[in-house]
Write a protein that binds this ligand. Structure first.
Ligand code: ZN
Length: 243
């Protein structure tokens, strides 16, 4: 059905219809057929992929189950949570009945955030994610990756204030870059490259401007310390380098 819809937008026939000889008519019919054949070869964009690019809101169950992309919510690219009201059992299969009132991610509990972030991480193929409430440096620290490759996301950090799906994706991709480049762990260059990995994906335009700005700002500061002072390790930086 979708393919027909895309084809319907091609105005070949309409453009050529009025001044045609029979041969041209045959030719345009042939072109039309070719386009239909061509359309058969094109990949059909899955509904959820389409929504990702258009920016529908993301609705998750409080248990981390992805429920749908919705256009009915006020903020596109935002995460909303539906809490499980009741669970029925068909034999041993649990069936969750969700509340009809979605809450923004910013109002969710730490446990609900863990479930949802774990679910997003798994959908991106990112594993080894752990959770803590707040980093010792405060709520502006969203996540980190240890020298052994274990990722920690801070459920009490400001990352959840914007309820933005793509900002969570960014932070996970940032930590995944660390995870995949442990040999340069804790170098300033590794941090710069991780920040770039976090904003170099198709959804970054759906992140808030303040999020993107803060990431670019961090890169500028890290480049400054690296180039001006010749620092190479994150531990060389002054404690308050982010301020
Ligand atoms: Zn980092």
């Amino acid at each position: 059905m979708k393919r027909k819809k895309i084809l319907g937008k091609l105005p070949i026939k309409a453009m050529t219809q009025s001044f045609q000889t029979p041969i041209e008519d045959y030719q345009s019919e042939l072109n039309r057929l070719k386009f239909e054949e061509l359309a058969d070869l094109l990949p059909i964009i899955k509904e959820n992929e389409q929504n990702e690019y258009i920016g529908g809101a993301y609705v998750y169950g409080d248990n981390g189950t992805f429920i749908s992309n919705s256009y009915l919510m006020p903020d596109p690219s935002s995460i909303y949570v539906l809490r499980v009201d009741e669970t029925y059992y068909f034999g041993c299969f649990p069936v969750s009945i969700y509340s009809s009132t979605p809450i923004p991610l910013s109002q969710s509990s730490a446990n609900e955030r863990e479930n949802i972030v774990q679910s997003i991480a798994n959908s991106l193929g990112i594993y080894g994610v752990n959770f803590q409430t707040v980093h010792a440096n405060g709520p502006t620290r969203y996540g980190d990756c240890s020298s052994s490759g274990s990722i920690t996301i801070y459920t009490g950090s400001n990352l959840f204030n914007n309820c933005n799906y793509w900002e969570i994706v960014s932070v996970l991709m940032h930590e995944q870059y660390h995870q995949n480049h442990l040999s340069s762990h804790a170098t300033i260059q590794n941090e710069i490259d991780s920040i770039l990995a976090g904003i170099n994906h198709s959804g970054y335009t759906f992140c808030s401007l303040s999020f993107i700005n803060s990431m670019l700002n961090k890169i500028l500061k890290l480049e400054y310390f690296k180039n001006t002072y010749g620092y190479s390790m994150m531990s060389d930086l002054p404690v308050n380098w982010q301020q």
